[in-house]
Design a protein around this ligand. Structure first.
Ligand SMILES: [Zn+2]
Length: 199
């Protein structure tokens, strides 16, 4: 097992500032403080009762957490991991605007496969953060991520769990070997990011 680190509120704040250098319109917002999000929550109520209280949503280049109290209970490590994942989506949306939007909207197999491609890039960050925090990547988190790809909650975006499990094991080995690093699939950016503190 390699080094373990902890995430402080300072790390979260530094990371948000760093994100804003690459995404000048980026802001952290809270659903309970947004009139539009309250309206969406009300419209979604019949099909999703936890949109306002549990879900983090990215919209208009901003991130909406449920509420200040809710993320207080999550703690800085979870907030940081979510921000690292969503940063990839926001950067991809900026770099590939048409493809990114279409693949989230279109409900046909090509759209689903493309969506799985973007999510794979996002979840690579989730796995990297896990490794940075604990020095290892548990089977539990790999299975948890795998279910997101193959289950209905994201519309069965990838229907081949065994293939994906093997691919994920390989990715985790590459992360543990230090071959996959950085906050976005451009390695040079890794050097600019604020470091976490060892524990
Ligand atoms: Zn995602």
């Amino acid at each position: 097992m390699s080094q373990q680190n902890e995430v402080t509120q300072d790390n979260v704040d530094q990371w948000i500032q760093w994100m804003q250098q690459h995404l000048p319109r980026f802001q952290v917002c809270f659903k309970d403080e947004s009139r539009l999000q309250r309206l969406i929550g009300w419209l979604l109520w019949p099909i999703n009762r936890t949109y306002m209280t549990e879900y983090t949503t990215v919209m208009f280049g901003k991130i909406y957490f449920p509420s200040r109290e809710e993320i207080e209970s999550w703690g800085p490590a979870q907030v940081y991991a979510i921000l690292r994942h969503e940063f990839v989506h926001l950067m991809d949306a900026k770099r590939f605007p048409v493809w990114f939007e279409l693949s989230y909207l279109l409900l046909f197999p090509a759209g689903l496969t493309l969506r799985a491609y973007w999510e794979w890039r996002g979840y690579t960050q989730t796995l990297l953060v896990e490794h940075e925090l604990y020095g290892t990547i548990s089977d539990d988190i790999q299975e948890h991520i795998l279910r997101r790809f193959v289950n209905s909650e994201y519309g069965w975006m990838f229907p081949f769990p065994n293939w994906l499990r093997r691919k994920m094991r390989k990715l985790c080995q590459s992360i543990e070997a230090g071959e996959v690093t950085g906050p976005y699939p451009y390695k040079e950016w890794g050097r600019e990011t604020p470091p976490l503190r060892g524990v």
